[in-house]
Design a protein around this ligand. Structure first.
Ligand code: F6P
Length: 427
């Protein structure tokens, strides 16, 4: 989907020694910007090297004195750069060039190629001098990378340390005369900015300020079934049904057993999520941004009533459910835009988070967590009375679905409406 305003073409160019979390940061930026609707892609030079030259290279290949190795590495770096510029030329908005780019000379080359095509470059440098963090990253990610398939862990770790040593010999930190940069030191302990201007870059920096790598889970659940769910009516501000209250009690038990009381609970401002949280019995924070999609003039209707009274609206929504905006209401794209501060907080939070939300809003949060493209977001299945337990990992997110009793009591008419809607689904 096209963003509403034309955005300048931007390349975020990663800088830093191996095992400094560059790929983690690159993928996070890409996920955040794609979710906001920008056409974004990561170009990882390590993957180009493995695809073109194989993944058997040991540390000596990365030694700057190894001229054949240097030339081969330069070739793959330029191939990735060429593809990145082609992507931007062909309509991409933002690219992330994920490589060490550890010399001024290499960065000058990247900058010159980008400048020739009107692409703005921002260096994102990750500096980490904490040996414990670097060692943990080598063990968790590098020793298990395809570069060391079948190699015993200790052998892989010591080879990787030698590889880092080669990069250290010619590493030059980015300096101000090289243009805009963000330096992230010791996984966000300190952040240094230079010449960062404009709305988009400010948001990316704000986002980066909130990132951390501590493991914790995020639970998404809809409120317990509401009186409107029973009637198949959308929107509104109805209280919970008996089954909804019973679910809230089951949820309370599950939270107690699986995470304890050290959990941050968020709700919307709507009655059905507040009542669910009250039964949970833990402190909670209410967010207006978590309120359900505003169905505008259709609020309080059933899908069948909308189809009957406003067939054109019904059809338009079926044709493009992501961009469709209810008259005097919202679209999924609008919901995503208002959820941005929630994402910043979600990233910043160190404790497990339980979001008691609504179908459309949780679909949007899920799409962010699971890196789903905008067109899939409105179709993510988030049934009532189910917990989605999401566990962020180094480069993605694992998911577990836990169904809790009692089953919600959807009316037949509601199911029928869902069948009508599904006729318009593209997948
Ligand atoms: O039916 C429950 C509900 O949360 C409504 O309030 C909301 O309009 C709807 O789900 C969102 O789902 P969809 O986008 O599939 O209509």
């Amino acid at each position: 989907m096209a963003p509403s305003l034309p955005t300048p073409k931007v390349a975020f160019v990663m800088v830093g020694l191996p095992a400094r979390g560059k790929t983690f940061i690159a993928r996070k930026i890409a996920r955040f910007l794609s979710w906001l609707g920008h056409k974004t892609q990561v170009f990882n030079v390590g993957s180009y090297r493995r695809a073109r030259l194989g993944s058997h290279h040991r540390h000596s290949f990365f030694d700057p004195r190894n001229q054949a190795g240097q030339a081969a590495r330069r070739d793959v770096a330029l191939a990735a750069l060429g593809d990145m510029l082609a992507f931007l030329r062909a309509g991409g908005d933002i690219a992330i060039y994920d490589a060490t780019n550890n010399t001024r000379e290499r960065r000058a080359l990247v900058r010159a190629r980008c400048a020739a095509e009107g692409v703005e470059v921002v260096f994102v440098e990750s500096i980490c001098n904490d040996p414990v963090m670097v060692e943990a990253n080598i063990r968790a990610n590098k020793a298990r990378s395809p570069d060391y398939e079948g190699v015993p862990e200790e052998e892989a770790v010591s080879d990787f340390r030698l590889r880092i040593g080669h990069y250290e010999t010619d590493y030059q930190e980015t300096t101000e005369d090289e243009g805009p940069f963000v330096k992230i030191i010791d996984v966000g302990r300190k952040v240094v900015l230079h010449a960062i201007e404009g709305y988009l870059l400010a948001r990316v920096v704000h986002y980066l300020l909130n990132l951390h790598v501590r493991p914790r889970s995020v639970w998404l659940t809809r409120h317990g079934e509401s009186a409107f769910n029973v009637l198949g009516r959308i929107g509104g501000d109805a209280p919970l049904s008996d089954a909804g209250r019973a679910y809230a009690r089951m949820l309370a038990r599950s939270v107690r057993e699986r995470i304890g009381s050290n959990v941050v609970v968020w709700t919307s401002t709507l009655r059905r999520t507040l009542e669910t949280a009250e039964i949970l019995g833990l402190p909670y924070r209410t967010w207006r941004a978590l309120d359900e999609i505003d169905a505008g003039v259709c609020d309080g209707m059933t899908y069948a009533e909308i189809e009957e009274a406003m067939p054109q609206e019904f059809e338009a929504r079926g044709a493009d459910k992501f961009l469709y905006r209810y008259p005097r209401g919202e679209s999924y794209q609008d919901v995503i835009a208002r959820l941005e501060p929630v994402i910043f907080e979600l990233e910043r939070e160190r404790a497990p988070v339980l979001v008691i939300g609504h179908q459309a809003v949780l679909r949007a949060l899920y799409a962010y967590m699971m890196d789903k493209p905008p067109n899939e977001c409105p179709y993510v299945s988030i049934p009532l009375h189910m917990i989605l337990e999401l566990e962020p990992t180094a480069y993605g997110c694992e998911e577990r679905r836990i169904e809790l009793p009692p089953p919600p009591s959807y009316p037949e008419e509601y199911r029928h409406s869902e069948r009508i809607l599904s006729a318009f689904r593209t997948h």
